[in-house]
Design a protein around this ligand. Sequence first.
Ligand code: LLP
Length: 395
Amino acid sequence: MFSKTSIAHFNQLETPFYYYDLDLLQQTVAACIAAAQPHNYHVHYALKANFNPKVLQIIQAAGMGADCVSGNEVKEAIAQGFDKNKVVFAGVGKSDREINAALDAEIFCFNVESVQELEIINELAAVKGKVARVAIRINPNVDAHTHHFITTGLEENKFGINTWQLDDVITTLKSCANLDFTGIHFHVGSQITNLDVFKNLCGRVNELSNWFEQQNMPVKVLNVGGGLGVDYYQPDNNPIGDFNSFFKIYRDHLKVKPGQEVHFELGRALVAQSASLVSRVLYVKNGQKKNFLVLDAGMTELIRPMLYQAYHHIENLTRLHGTEAATVNYDVVGPICESTDSFRTDVALPESKRGDLIAIRTAGAYGEVMASSYNLRDRVQSVYSTQTELLDVQQ
Ligand code: LLP
C-alpha cells in the first residue's frame, strides 16, 4: 500500500521506474531465515530473480548463500560479499570459461546437468590441479502444476539428468579423479502455490537419495531447489509468503539421514513483493469496443505478462487516495511496437487521465532483470524506499 507521501514523491520523478520497498525485503528475508533456522536448512538466494546490488546487499548481509546460473552471477555474488563457500552454480549450458572462473573462485558446488558436463568439469579441474565439488541435478519427473513455460522438472524438459541415465553418472563419477560428489539437486518449477508439489518432490528425493547410498555414493547435500510462489492477486494482504508451511512440508516428508544437509534455492518468494513498476499514463484512447491506457512502460520493462500470461495487480496511484471516480475497464498497454505489448485486458480502474501514476505490483522477481532495450529504449531506473522515507522525515 503506497502512502500519500510516497505518491507525492513519485510525482516528482521521471517514469518508468522500479520502486523497491527495502524494509519489506528485509522483513521477508528475516521471515525466511527464522522459518529455516529451526530445521538447520541452508537457503541460497537465486540471483536470477533479481541481481540489483541493493537487493543483493540486504540478502547477503542476512547470511544467505547464492544460487547462480551464469559466470557473471557467480562473479557478482562474490563481489557483493556472498561467502564463496555458500555459492552454487547451476545451468544446462555452462561454458568452459564460466566453469574455469568458478573453479578459480572455489565455489561450494556445481549443480551438474549432464554426463558430458561432468566429464568437462573433471577435465578443466584436472588442468588446474583442483577437485570440483559436484551435485547431480536429477529430473524427478514431478509435475509442478504451474505455467508450462516455467515448469522444469518433467522428463520432456531440457533440465537435469533423467533417472535412466544415473548408472552412467555413477560410472563417470567413480572414474573422475577431479570430481568430489557432494549430493543431489532438484528444481521442479517456479511460482508453485500447491504445496503438495513439494510433498511429491520429497518422495522422489527420498527414493533417489537411498539409491545413491546403495551405490556406495554417500549423499551429503540434498538440494531441493526453489519454486515457492507468491500472491500476485492480493499483494497487500500477503506481502510475505508462508515460509513456515513451506519448510514444514520438507520437515514432515523429507527423510534426512544423519550428517546430511538440506539446501534450498529460493528466488521469487524472497523478492517479488518488494518492488512495483511505476509508470505514467501517456494517452487514454477511448474506442467503441475498448478503452486503452497507453503507459510509458511496456514489455521492455516487465515482460512477464507477455511471456507467461502472468497476472500482476495494477493500480492507479494518482486516484488511490482520492474521492471515488467512476470505474472504467481499460486494456493497459505499453508503447512498444508489438501487439503483445499489453499488461492485461479489461482492468477495472478509476477513470484515468494522462499523467496518472500506475503501479504494476509484485514486480520484484524476474522484473528488472528481464528488462531489455528493444526499440532502443532507455534502461529502466530504480528508486528505493529509503529515498522516500527521507522525504517523509523532511516534511
Ligand atoms: N533453482 C533453479 C535451478 C532454478 O532454475 C530456479 C528458477 C530457481 C532455483 C529459483 O526459483 P524460484 O524460487 O524463483 O521459483 N522468469 C520466470 C521464472 C523462471 C524461473 C527459473 N528458474 C518468471 O518470471 O516467472
